[in-house]
Design a protein around this ligand. Structure first.
Ligand code: OAD
Length: 249
């Protein structure tokens, strides 16, 4: 913890790269955690691909509507809050996240790059027309059809990146620039199995950045970590914030 704090206290530019484990203490299940992961009960090909949506728009729309409700009820956890507070200690801190829940911003982080979109937004399937009007309420156990786009009539879909889709180009460009230039990368709660996001710590290392990882268990990227802080983000991050504050004097 002391070594991690010293690295962060001495770093001008810090890139945070977060995954599903970051929001676990907010009650949002991770993707790959055995038993309770979101995918344990569902087939990802059927729910998180364009082909799956075109085959069964009602089921896929309803599944995302259900997830959107859960995210809507979720609140930032002490880890999100500690990270937002670290901005006052390390002004050059930017968050790049694979999460689609928007909780970093809600906690107060001011510079957040979303690599996989945001589940609170929707757009149309055929042309990507943005839609920011009201959505019909969704009751647990219900199924509903996706509403039509007001511009072209094609069905609305969640504005998240599905398997086989490109990540938003501006987000990727910014994230890779930040990784190349950061002095330290703080990797939080990701299994490191989904590319290209998993490459960020490797990019940082290639350019001389140090990698600090927070995870209750080793991930596919632990081999690339200079410091591994074992434990849940909601517990470790508040301790790390205090340690950085102490290191700064
Ligand atoms: P995963 O579900 O693959 O991995 C979650 C990670 O969080 C694991 O390494 C856990 O050990 C760790 N973890 C669990 N509890 C934690 C806690 N309390 N604090 C910190 N870490 C904890 O999630 P991601 O790596 O984010 O993509 O998955 C990446 C992408 O896979 C997602 O963004 C999604 C999915 O397909 C898209 O939707 C495009």
């Amino acid at each position: 913890m002391k070594r991690a704090a010293r690295i962060l206290a001495g770093a001008e530019r810090v890139l945070v790269s977060s995954g599903a484990g970051m929001s676990k203490e907010s009650g949002i299940p991770t993707f790959r955690d055995a038993m309770e992961g979101l995918w344990a009960n569902f087939d990802p090909q059927a729910l998180a691909t364009e082909a799956g949506f075109r085959t069964n728009p009602r089921r896929v729309w309803s599944w995302y509507a259900w997830r959107r409700e859960r995210v809507g009820d979720a609140r930032p956890n002490p880890g999100h809050v500690a990270l937002a507070e670290m901005e006052s200690l390390i002004p050059g801190l930017v968050v790049v996240t694979q999460n689609v829940d928007g909780l970093h911003r809600e906690a107060g982080s001011t510079d957040v790059v979303e690599l996989h979109g945001n589940i609170r937004r929707v757009k149309c399937l055929d042309h990507g027309h943005a839609y920011d009007g009201p959505l019909p309420p969704f009751a647990e156990g219900e199924e509903q059809d996706p509403p039509p786009c007001l511009v072209c009539g094609s069905p609305l879909r969640p504005d998240v990146v599905w398997f086989g889709e490109m990540l938003p180009a501006d987000a990727v460009e910014r994230a890779w620039n930040l990784a190349e230039r950061c002095h330290a990368l703080l990797l939080i709660g990701t299994s490191g199995t989904v590319w290209p996001a998993a490459e960020l710590p490797l990019v940082a290392r290639r350019h001389g950045g140090l990698v600090i990882e927070i995870n209750p268990e080793p991930s596919e990227l632990t081999h690339a970590a200079d410091v591994f802080l074992e434990g849940p983000a909601g517990v470790v991050l508040p301790e790390l914030r205090d340690a950085v504050r102490a290191a700064l004097g």
